[in-house]
Each structure stands twice: as structure tokens, then as C-alpha cells.
Design a binder for this molecule. Structure first.
Ligand code: TXA
Ligand code: MG
Length: 310
């Protein structure tokens, strides 16, 4: 399949994207976190195409995207929705995904057979406009082949999925560069299932232990195609062979293949996945990643890197 590159500034291109989705095709689109691979959420054959295109195991559930908190509320079966509205009012539209028991008409295929569904209202104007044009919920995992880094540009969508999807809406690099924070609100206190772009320090929350409650966390993820990937100190990096790639926060002298990212977690997170794809392009023998400060604000970035290590 040849993937069409669509321009979201053109109303006819947005209409085309919505039309393809309504026909059961896959269309990648920008969100404020990373690019999503969109398909009809209530249509088994469209959902099946997502798992096939990504090479994703069918037990790893998808996030359902909608254009408003009211539309999200309709997808959950909740006796008490106080927590739902607390989070919805505070953070939507935005990089937060809520998990709670699903209504019956959400296909089991979308939730990997679980009784709970994950839902979010993205903040990107193109995502919201596309959802409005489609007029129904869309599933949208990150728009990358399974195990690879998430795509933060249309180029990186095309790099791993270009021959498997109908179109991509190209709105340039995404704002956060890291995926949404996933919170299960069906338990009190709510549980963070995946750290993400939204920092939730101020709320009463607990953290899932290991892979508890979040099937996707068992798998290898976010990995560039480089034979060996590990943490390293600056001292080790200074004597690394020159065909090794380095991911640092301050330049290491020498002729290494090197990406220097900002010494600030939000800026670092924004550029991380794109930097991993760039490093992979130079086919290094190994990738050494400079250790990160042991502060909470670096936890999301640290989580993504840990899961990409060999
Ligand atoms: O920012 C994001 O969340 C992006 C954009 C496109 O919205 N999407 C995204 O989707 O990152 P994906 O499929 O790459 O990651 C979804 C995560 C996985 O870790 C999955 O296991 C978890 O959400 N998840 C989805 N449904 C779940 C459920 N019902 N219960 C627990 N975890 C769930
Ligand atoms: Mg993903």
C-alpha cells in the first residue's frame, strides 16, 4: 500500500483522512504527545488491521480517543463518576489516559479482552478536528511498528509503517514527544499504569507494581535497531570506540556518532525518540546512553530508556 501524505491545513485533506477512517482504513495523525495510528474503535476489522500493521500482540489493548469528556464518559460503566470528572476537568483535552470498566459495545478486540477500557481526549487541534469529522470514537496506538520508538514526526511514521497504512496527516513534530500518562480510576486511590507526558505529583496516586494492570508493559519497547544499548558514565563514553553511538546531555569530545539532548526532562523527552531514530540511521555497533539525574522529574524519560535497553 502506498501511504498518502496529507496536509491538515487543507480542509479537503482532513476530509479525505476522515473518509478513509470511516471506510475502515488506518490513518496516522498528530496528537500533542506522539503520532497516533487511527482506526474506527467500534469496528472489529479496522481494529484487527491495527494489530497487523504494527505487528502488535493482540493482548496489548488500545487507547480509545474521543473529542470531549462527555463522549469519554459514555464509554465507561461507572457507579460513581466523581473521580472521572475530577481528572477530566483538570486535564482534558491533554496527555492523560483514563482506564475504567467499559460499556458493552466496545469490542473486546480493542481492550485485549479486558473488561476495562483506556480513553483519552487529545489536545492537538488536528486530532480533535479529525475526531469531529469521523464522528465516532477512534482507537489510536502510537504510530510505530511494535517494539520501535514512538513516532514524533510524519517521517518516522512512514519509516516503520509507510507500506502498511493508507495515509498520514503531517503536522510537523509533536509537542511532548512522550506518550500520555495512563491512570486506572476504577480503584481508590487511582493507580498510575504508565508514566507519561503529564506529571501527576500533586494527586493522591499509587504506582502499579511491575506490569500489574497494564499488559503492554511486559514487552520490549522503544528500541532502535542497534545491537547493544546500555547506560554508561561520561568516563566510559570518553573512551568508547568511534563506531559507538552516544546519547548525552553535554557533548563528549571525540569523533563519536553523538546526539546531545537538552539537560531538561521536558525538552529531552520531546526529542528522545527522534534522536533514537537518527542514531539508528548511522548503524553504530552499540549505543551508550548517559545516566540521568536521580530526580523524580526525570522518571518518565528514564522509564522509556530503560525499556529500550538490550
Ligand atoms: O499518548 C498516547 O497515549 C498515544 C497517543 C497516540 O494517544 N498512544 C499510545 O498508545 O501511546 P499505545 O497503544 O502505544 O500505548 C497504550 C498503553 C499501553 O501501555 C497499553 O497496555 C495501555 O496503554 N492500555 C491500553 N488499554 C488499557 C487497558 N484497558 N488497561 C490497562 N492498560 C491499557
Ligand atoms: Mg506505543
Amino acid at each position: 500500500m502506498r501511504c498518502q501524505r496529507l496536509d491538515p491545513k487543507k480542509p479537503e485533506d482532513l476530509a479525505k483522512a476522515a473518509q478513509l477512517i470511516l471506510q475502515g482504513e488506518l490513518v496516522a495523525f498528530p496528537t500533542e504527545t506522539v503520532y497516533g495510528l487511527g482506526a474506527l474503535a467500534l469496528n472489529d476489522s479496522a481494529i484487527q488491521k491495527i494489530y497487523e500493521a504494527k505487528g502488535r500482540p493482540s493482548y496489548n489493548p488500545l487507547i480509545v480517543h474521543v473529542a470531549s469528556a462527555n463522549a469519554a464518559r459514555e464509554l465507561f460503566k461507572l457507579d460513581d463518576d466523581a473521580l472521572f470528572w475530577k481528572f477530566a476537568h483538570a486535564y482534558w483535552p491533554g496527555p492523560l489516559t483514563l482506564v475504567a470498566p467499559k460499556v458493552d459495545h466496545i469490542p473486546a478486540l480493542a481492550t485485549g479482552g479486558l473488561d476495562k477500557v483506556a480513553v483519552r481526549v487529545p489536545a492537538h487541534p488536528v486530532a480533535l478536528e479529525l475526531l469531529r469529522l469521523v464522528g465516532q470514537p477512534m482507537v489510536a496506538p502510537s504510530a510505530n511498528a511494535s517494539t520501535r520508538p514512538s513516532a514524533t514526526t510524519a517521517e518516522h511514521v512512514l519509516h516503520t509503517l509507510g507500506d502498511k497504512i493508507a495515509a498520514v496527516l503531517d503536522a510537523g513534530p509533536t509537542e511532548h514527544g512522550l506518550e500520555s500518562t495512563v491512570v486506572d480510576i476504577s480503584v481508590d486511590p487511582p493507580v498510575i499504569l504508565r508514566l507519561g507526558a503529564l506529571q501527576l505529583d500533586s494527586l493522591e496516586l499509587s504506582h502499579a507494581k511491575g506490569t500489574e494492570g497494564s499488559p503492554g508493559r511486559t514487552d520490549k519497547h522503544y528500541a532502535p535497531l542497534i545491537p547493544e544499548i546500555r547506560w554508561a558514565t561520561r568516563e566510559e563514553m570518553a573512551s568508547a570506540p568511534s563506531n559507538y553511538a552516544l546519547l548525552t546531555r553535554h557533548r563528549i569530545p571525540g569523533s563519536h556518532i553523538q546526539e546531545v539532548l537538552p539537560d531538561n526532562p521536558a525538552e529531552y523527552g520531546k526529542e528522545l525518540f527522534a534522536a533514537l531514530y537518527r542514531l539508528e540511521q548511522s548503524s553504530p555497533k552499540a549505543l551508550w546512553i548517559e545516566g540521568l539525574p536521580k530526580e523524580k522529574k526525570w522518571d518518565t524519560v528514564r522509564d522509556r530508556i530503560k525499556r529500550s535497553l538490550s
